[in-house]
Design a protein around this ligand. Structure first.
Ligand code: BTN
Length: 329
């Protein structure tokens, strides 16, 4: 067995969360203890919580549902199957967004989806990093090509939020909401985030929509998160938080929403935004690139711009990826 195959088989055995002795594993994998240890080390290096006990037994800190391309494909809607050009599942990438941005320049067609069990340099909004330890979340991106100019994409990041929120509701997360422009929250704690990046290749516009959802974060990853957060394990319990089902639901909703957006832009989805909007009627502070303003949110317009009512009663509109919004008490 080559190293990669050995590592994968070891993980498939350990994924049930049970304890296995070194002897048992060596026998099943037909390898010497040194090779077993090397394979285990490869997983530890990827941030997997693999416990090696002093008596020589191996166990994952908790059971893990590995991403399974076939299971995801089996749960896709007819519409998603038609529009998807490929679905790739990796165990490690630097970032699913970076990967698909490169592929966009290699002329990959619209509808490419890529998921990764773990990201070495997961990226968040405003240059932040995104914690992506092995199997702890759903980390994925969709490449989509659009006609027209970049202004045609206005509101697409909110539309992506709608797709994510729809998928989470179907999974059973009743209280999911969206904080403008696209933070995915549950009871005001961050459950996921969206990073939209656009570019052009051969004169045509493309977008990579990256989504990161917290499924079951290990303690060491949570120490690096500087805001209230939550994961699906806490909301639904470990069993219900199936990453394969979530991945399929997410792809189905992303395709449905992107198709709808193609036909009529954000105006086609603005009404649905209200179902998930956690900002409307709230007093907020907006951090703009060069200023900070406060006011009460009065919803969004047909392009997805935030409508903010100032102390003078005037409404100002705000659009752009580099704006962040904080709720005021
Ligand atoms: C945020 O800061 O709220 C956005 C986080 C987006 C993270 C996802 S994980 C999959 C995709 N690949 C990345 O590098 N980032 C996005």
């Amino acid at each position: 067995m080559i190293d990669m195959e050995l590592e994968q088989t070891l993980l498939t055995i350990l994924a049930d969360g049970q304890e296995y002795t070194e002897r048992e594993l060596c026998e099943r994998l037909a390898v010497e203890p040194t090779r077993l240890m090397q394979a285990a080390r490869a997983w530890l290096d990827l941030g997997l919580e693999l416990c090696l006990s002093p008596n020589g037994s191996y166990r994952l800190a908790e059971a893990l549902e590995l991403l399974d391309r076939q299971r995801i494909m089996a749960d896709l809607s007819e519409e998603a199957r038609t529009r998807l050009s490929c679905l790739e599942v990796y165990r490690l990438l630097d970032s699913t967004n970076t990967y698909l941005l490169h592929k966009a320049h290699e002329q990959w067609p619209s509808g490419a989806v890529c998921l990764s069990e773990c990201q070495q340099s997961g990226r968040g909004r405003k240059g932040r990093s995104w914690q992506s330890p092995f199997g702890a979340g759903l980390f994925g991106s969709l490449l989509w090509r659009f006609d027209g100019t970049p202004t045609a994409l206005s509101g697409l990041s909110l539309a992506t939020g709608i797709a994510v929120a729809r998928a989470l509701r179907v999974l059973g997360v009743a209280e999911v909401g969206l904080k403008w422009p696209n933070d995915v929250l549950w009871r005001e704690r961050k459950l996921g985030g969206i990073l939209l990046e656009s570019g052009s290749s051969a004169g045509a516009l493309h977008v990579v929509a990256g989504i990161g959802l917290n499924v079951a974060l290990p303690p060491q990853a949570t120490r690096a998160i500087d805001q209230p957060w939550v994961d699906l394990r806490e909301i639904l319990g470990k069993k219900e938080a199936s990453r394969n089902r979530l991945a399929a639901l997410l792809i189905n909703e992303l395709v449905a929403v992107f198709e709808r957006f193609e036909r009529g832009g954000f105006a086609n989805l603005a009404e649905e935004w209200m179902n998930f909007d956690l900002s409307a009627g709230r007093r907020v502070r907006l951090h703009l690139p060069n200023a900070t303003v406060t006011g009460i949110v009065r919803g969004v317009d047909a392009s997805g711009a935030l409508l903010l009512e100032g102390a003078d009663g005037q409404i100002s509109t705000h659009l752009g990826g580099e704006i962040s919004l904080r709720f005021e008490a």
